[in-house]
Design a protein. Sequence first.
Length: 239
Amino acid sequence: MAAGLRVISGGAAAVEPVPVDPWEFQARCVDAFVASWRARGFSQVTIDNDIGLLERTLTALGRPAWDVTPEDVDRVVGELAVAGRKASTRREYVQTFKAFHRFLQVRKAAEIEAGFGVRLVCPVDEFNAARHVGDDSPQAMPPPTPERVAEFFEFLKGRIATARKYAPAARDYALFRTLYHAGLRSDEASMLELPDLHFGRGPFGKLHVRFGKGAPDFRAAAAVGADARQPGSGAALVR
């Protein structure tokens, strides 16, 4: 085996050195992170919004991402809470930083350890990870009781029988029933069309949600759907 080995002159392959300035290196990491968003097909609007949020988060933390501690995260989130920022906003700050830190762990860990002597450990832990609590959380707005939901649908059915125009009242009833039973978002439900309903599939039928959140053409479809729902135009779920 040893007889088959030989020395090749020229030394090891050249490795691009890590900049001494940590802020310069972090800026390059942010650029690479944004490039990964584009590779995954994120829209430019989403990228612009998220990069602005990431930059504000890094500025508030005040140190390179690999030097951030759990106490730094506590401080920033606490300052946002004192400033009256919504729970959803605080959660976005934490989640955006966590995603960037995960990117560093996967793509840049070796360079960061070699250049700055830091082994990456995410500072977002079970004690400062933002809970999924929004302005409509049960703490602030409890969900309606089953009796209240039943009363609401009885009201809608009553409108169908007494409305001057049957079609709009029937449309509203069908739309709210779809939202309630299928758990759709309002935009997802409003862009459904009659061909998306398949009553003959399975014991309960099936509903094809073509424009769910995260679909590449969701924004364009939403714009088109908004135009189509103007009076006298396009097909909706129930006319």
